[in-house]
Design a protein around this ligand. Sequence first.
Ligand code: IPE
Ligand code: IPE
Ligand code: MG
Length: 237
Amino acid sequence: MAELEPNSVPRHIGIIMDGNGRWAKQRGLPRQAGHRRGAEVFKEIARACQARGVQVLTMYAFSTENWKRPKEEVQSIMDLLRRFLKDAKKYRKDNMKLRFLGDRAPLAPDLRALMEETEEGSASNTGMTVNIALNYGGRDEIVHAVRTLAQQVREGTLNPEEIDEAEISHHLYTAGQPDPDLIIRPSGEFRTSNFLLWQSAYAELLFMDVLWPDFTPQHLDQALEEYARRNRRFGGI
Ligand code: IPE
Ligand code: IPE
Ligand code: MG
């Protein structure tokens, strides 16, 4: 890490935590065991990102499409999250700000309450911001933003001419945060599965052939080295 210039560390990293099920299957374990191990890796990698000077980390935990999975699997993911949030106080010393991205309406009331407590309890922390994308979909997020803007036009508080890129960004779950510089997808799949659609317009994409539960800080360092070699042009020369 010593050789990376501070300005070549991405300000905002997004990670699609994929491959838990395959990891479990390889070991003859239930899929839940993969999710459990994935949650441990989440904590380890969040700390590693903070140690490397990342300012915002967005972790994709559950997509708007993941409701298609068997009820027991959805339940086990939600239970893992509950446990993580109940333990969250233990991580106070990490000084991270925790935030949730996604539509909360379909989530269980006790889980929503825990999410709000965690956000409020960590809001004054001064370290890295960790966004957990939960019941998150990039298209769903844009639909919500458009609906809010349409409402304002109908109420006469917004002119259609005032709707620009900044106005739309301002109504996304990530309002006020920088766009992701780097998006990492482990598990060997080459797609972003509805993750940060609007925000990733100029993100560097990195697909890695490792399952999320096997992801280590060394994989993170490989990703950061690869990112530092990329030449970002943003349409310029
Ligand atoms: C990612 O791992 C976790 C979630 C999507 C909730 P998967 O459960 O998708 O694992 P694979 O892709 O089946 O291996
Ligand atoms: C993307 O993984 C969503 C999360 C990691 C939370 P999926 O496993 O749901 O993606 P697809 O179905 O392979 O595209
Ligand atoms: Mg998957």
